[in-house]
Design a protein around this ligand. Structure first.
Ligand code: ADP
Length: 343
């Protein structure tokens, strides 16, 4: 393992194609779009961009088709190391075909394309990294292989299980190899259901009671999410060594650290209206990793102090707050220099 912090993202790279249509196309119907946009996307690429813009060194390992060179140029421009991205002639770059109506409805077709091209495990092993960031838009076996390697080499491991894996995959996931789990509320609930159906613990851990710190807002949504995190942590199918972070959209973020300490950070105060929340979760995640890389300069820290994590979360929240006020996914992620100072 290298001591100079570097994040390896083993993940997806997509082309997002937006077709602006008067209404979602119906079976048998042909519609002309009023406007067309093509942007770079994929959770792996988006989060790698956020790590880079957040100030971290980052290498992306993934694959695109021969139609994806412009996507790689864009990633390189913002500072993502793309020297370990494979260009395959066999498959097109992963695609999201998105219909958008003036009413804000959308309809999306995903094509995995090159994201499911087999990549030699050597691609991950040949990179010197201190932090590994994973999502769930590549073959599950590739995710598990990268995680096992990172764990063996002593790197800090982070997983954003989005889109949510199958119940079977959640059950076999080696949670003890993970340091940070980054979820939204829906994902946290899916995880708990998968664990409970495995261990039959729903009746046992439904009695867990929690104390909400008096300084936190007394919102039922925050209480419910915090209880969810405690139930996850207490489940025997999970690992108490994992630090849990749960984003709550416009309500901010909750964390339950492996020390058992809880943290709540409210969403950023916005200067204007919310324009586009696409990519806000990826922006938050990348900034969180960039923050961890700044404090774990000498290697992985088993249990970080609460105030250190709070600072990192605050910065990630500020970045996500800027992101939602701008259109786009990666374009809307701010550079570190655009963030207000955090004391
Ligand atoms: P995901 O898109 O992954 O479900 P969330 O919707 O929870 O993620 O959003 C991630 C982060 O983006 C939140 O923790 C918050 O900081 C920020 N965010 C999202 N929606 C808003 C909003 N309406 N106002 C302010 N911040 C927001």
């Amino acid at each position: 393992m290298s001591n100079k912090p570097r994040c390896l993202v083993r993940g997806s790279i997509n082309v997002d194609e937006f077709f602006h249509v008067p209404s979602i196309v119906q079976p048998g119907e042909t519609l002309s779009s009023t406007h067309y946009e093509r942007r770079s996307g994929g959770k792996g690429a988006n989060q790698a961009v956020a790590v880079a813009k957040g100030g971290g060194d980052v290498t992306l390992v993934g694959a695109v088709g021969s139609d994806g060179n412009w996507v790689l140029d864009g990633l390189k421009q913002v500072g993502v190391d793309i020297s370990s991205v494979f260009v395959t002639q066999e498959e097109p770059t992963g695609r999201a075909i998105i219909q958008l109506t003036p009413q804000g409805e959308n309809c999306i077709i995903l094509h995995r394309g090159a994201n499911y091209t087999p990549i030699s495990e050597e691609a991950v092993r040949s990179v010197l990294f201190t932090h590994l960031l994973l999502q769930n838009e590549i073959p599950f076996a590739s995710t598990l292989s990268a995680l096992a390697h990172a764990h063996r080499s002593g790197a800090t491991t982070l997983f954003n299980p989005s889109p949510i894996p199958s119940v079977e995959q959640l059950r076999i996931f080696p949670w003890s190899q993970l340091d940070w789990l980054l979820v939204n509320q829906g994902e946290a609930l899916s995880l708990l259901r998968a664990f409970n159906s495995q261990t039959n613990e729903s009746s046992q851990n439904s009695h867990i009671s929690i104390d909400i710190p008096s300084s936190w807002p007394s919102r039922p949504e925050i209480r419910a999410a915090y209880l969810l995190l405690h139930r996850l942590r207490a489940n025997t199918a999970f690992s108490p060594k994992v630090n849990l972070v749960c984003t709550l959209g416009g309500l901010g973020v909750l964390a339950l650290l492996n020390s058992g300490e809880g943290l709540y950070v409210p969403a950023a105060k916005l200067n204007g209206p919310v324009k586009d929340t696409t990519g806000a979760g990826d922006c938050f995640t990348g900034y969180l990793v960039a923050g961890l890389m700044e404090v774990e300069t000498d290697g992985r820290i088993e249990s970080l102090a609460k105030d250190v994590v709070e600072r990192i979360l605050r910065r990630a929240i500020e970045a996500a707050g800027i992101c939602v006020q701008r259109p786009g996914a990666t374009e809307s992620i701010p550079y570190r220099t655009e963030l207000p100072a955090i004391e």
